[in-house]
Ligand binder design. Structure first.
Ligand code: NAD
Length: 389
C-alpha cells in the first residue's frame, strides 16, 4: 500500500531557458508596483542583477536595488534591507541570486511587512506559536545557482545573531522563475557544492518522517539528473544541457524536501557550517555519505536505489554493505568534483564531535524517519571525519 501523505505544491514556478525575461510581467501579476530587488556582489558582478532590474523596470515597475546580501543570510543584513524596503515604501520583494539571496528576500518580505521582532522570535514562528501580524510582502524568487531550491520552499534559513545558529523562518515565496541561463556564470567550485546541496536535499527527503511516494519520486529524479549532469557542468560551465537539467533537478529536490524535509544531514551541516565558516553545500556534501550509511539500517531499499542511480547494482542484502557501497559511491562522486573533506579543510575530529549536543538538540535532526540517539550523531560526525582519510 502506498503511504498516505500531503502533496505540497507551494508556489508556481516558471521554468525554462530565457524565462527571466518575464520577471517584470510576473511581478506585475503579483501586484508589485515598487519592487525591492535583493541581490549580492557576486550576482551583480555576473551582470545578472542589472539585467533583471531593467526587465522589471521596463514592465513599469519602480525598483530599489540592494546588492548587500551576504552568505547565509545574517539577520542584521535582513534588518538593514527591510528598513530600506519600508523607508522606500516598496510593495514587493524580488530575490535574484543563490540561496543566501533568496532567503534574504523572503526574510526581508516578512520583516518589512512587520518589524524586527520577527527576527528575535524566529523559534516561535518556526514552531507555529506565533503568526505574522501582517502578511509578508509578495515575493518573486529568481535563483542563479542550481542548489537550494529555495524558490519552492516555505523557509528562509537565517543566521540568527541572538541564537548564534542558523534557523528557519517560515516564509513562502509567491512565485519562482527558474531560468537555467542565469546559472551559466557560476564558477566550477560553486557549481559543485551547490549541486551537492541539491543532492543532499533529495537524499534526506527520502529518509524523512513526512516522505511520500510523491516526494520520493521527485527526489529520485533529482538524484538521477545530478549524477548525470553535475560532473558535466563542473567540467564546462557553458554546457547548456547540463545547466538546464541541474536547474530542473535543484527545483525538483526543493519541492521534494519542502513536502518531506531535510533532517540529520542538514542539521549537522548547519552546525558545522556555522561554527567552521564552511559553505553550506560543502557541509551537505560531506554529511551525505554518513547519512546514507546511517539510513541504510532503516531504508536499505531506498539506499540501494540511490546506488543504482549512481550506476551500481548492489545484490547484497547486508545492511552494512548496502550503506558502505552507496556511501562510497557518493563520496567518490564528490571527491571527483573537487569537493574538499572536513579534514582537508582543517577541521579536527574533536571539533566535529564537539557539535553533537547542538545537533542532537536541533528539532530538524529528529525529523529523520527513525530513532536518532546522541551516540548516532557522534558516529555520524566521526564517519564524516573518517571519509577524509
Ligand atoms: P550562495 O547564495 O551563498 O552563493 C554563493 C556564491 O555564488 C556567492 O558569492 C554568489 O555571489 C555567487 N553566485 C550566485 N549565483 C551566481 C551566478 N549566477 N554567477 C556567479 N556567481 C554567482 O550559495 P547557495 O549555495 O546558492 O545558497 C546557500 C544558502 O542557501 C545557505 O545559507 C543555505 O542555508 C541556504 N539554503 C536555503 C534553503 C531554503 O529552502 N531556504 C535550502 C538550502 C539552502
Amino acid at each position: 500500500m502506498l503511504k498516505a501523505g500531503v502533496y505540497l505544491q507551494l508556489a508556481p514556478v516558471l521554468f525554462g531557458k530565457g524565462t527571466s525575461e518575464q520577471a517584470g510581467a510576473k511581478a506585475r501579476e503579483l501586484g508589485i508596483s515598487k519592487a525591492m530587488l535583493i541581490s549580492d556582489k557576486g550576482v551583480l558582478e555576473a551582470g545578472i542583477t542589472k539585467r533583471i532590474a531593467s526587465i522589471v523596470e521596463n514592465a513599469g515597475i519602480e525598483t530599489v536595488v540592494w546588492t548587500e546580501a551576504e552568505t547565509d543570510c545574517p539577520d542584521d543584513t535582513v534588518s538593514t534591507a527591510a528598513k530600506l524596503a519600508k523607508d522606500e515604501h516598496t510593495d514587493g520583494v524580488i530575490g535574484i541570486g543563490g540561496g543566501s539571496v533568496l532567503d534574504t528576500a523572503k526574510a526581508v518580505a516578512a520583516v518589512a511587512a512587520n518589524d524586527d521582532t520577527v527576527l528575535e522570535e524566529i523559534p516561535l514562528y518556526l514552531t507555529g506559536q506565533k503568526q505574522y501580524g501582517k502578511h509578508p510582502l509578495p515575493i518573486l524568487e529568481i535563483p542563479t545557482t542550481a542548489g537550494t531550491g529555495s524558490e519552492s520552499t516555505f523557509v528562509s534559513v537565517v543566521t540568527s545573531s541572538k541564537l548564534d545558529c542558523k534557523i528557519g523562518l517560515p516564509v513562502a515565496p509567491d512565485y519562482g522563475i527558474v531560468d537555467p541561463e542565469l546559472t551559466k556564470t557560476v564558477p566550477a567550485d560553486i557549481t559543485a557544492y551547490t549541486g551537492m546541496d541539491a543532492l543532499a536535499h533529495a537524499v534526506e527527503a527520502l529518509v524523512e518522517k513526512k516522505a511520500t511516494p510523491h516526494s520520493d519520486l521527485l527526489a529520485y529524479e533529482a538524484i538521477r539528473l545530478i549524477c548525470k549532469y553535475l560532473p558535466r557542468a563542473v567540467e564546462n560551465g557553458a554546457d547548456e544541457e547540463a545547466r538546464e537539467h541541474l536547474a530542473f533537478a535543484s527545483n525538483l529536490a526543493g519541492i521534494s524536501f519542502n513536502e518531506s524535509g531535510t533532517n540529520i544531514g542538514h542539521s549537522a551541516a548547519h552546525a558545522v557550517g556555522h561554527v567552521q565558516h564552511i559553505p553550506h553545500g560543502i557541509c551537505c556534501s560531506n554529511m551525505t555519505p554518513p547519512v546514507i550509511r546511517f539510513a541504510s539500517k532503516t531504508y536499505p531499499d531506498k539506499m540501494k536505489k540511490i546506488a543504482l542511480l549512481f550506476g551500481m547494482n548492489i545484490s547484497s542484502e547486508k545492511i552494512s554493505e548496502i550503506g558502505n557501497m552507496t556511501a562510497e559511491a557518493v563520496r567518490k562522486f564528490a571527491a571527483d568534483l573537487g569537493i574538499k573533506t572536513f579534514r582537508e579543510l582543517g577541521v579536527s575530529r574533536e571539533e566535529l564531535v564537539s557539535l553533537k549536543n547542538i545537533i542532537y538538540k536541533d528539532a530538524l535532526c529528529h525529523a529523520y524517519g527513525g530513532a536518532v540517539t546522541e551516540q548516532d550523531i557522534e558516529e555520524l560526525l566521526i564517519s564524516a571525519y573518517m571519509d577524509g582519510e
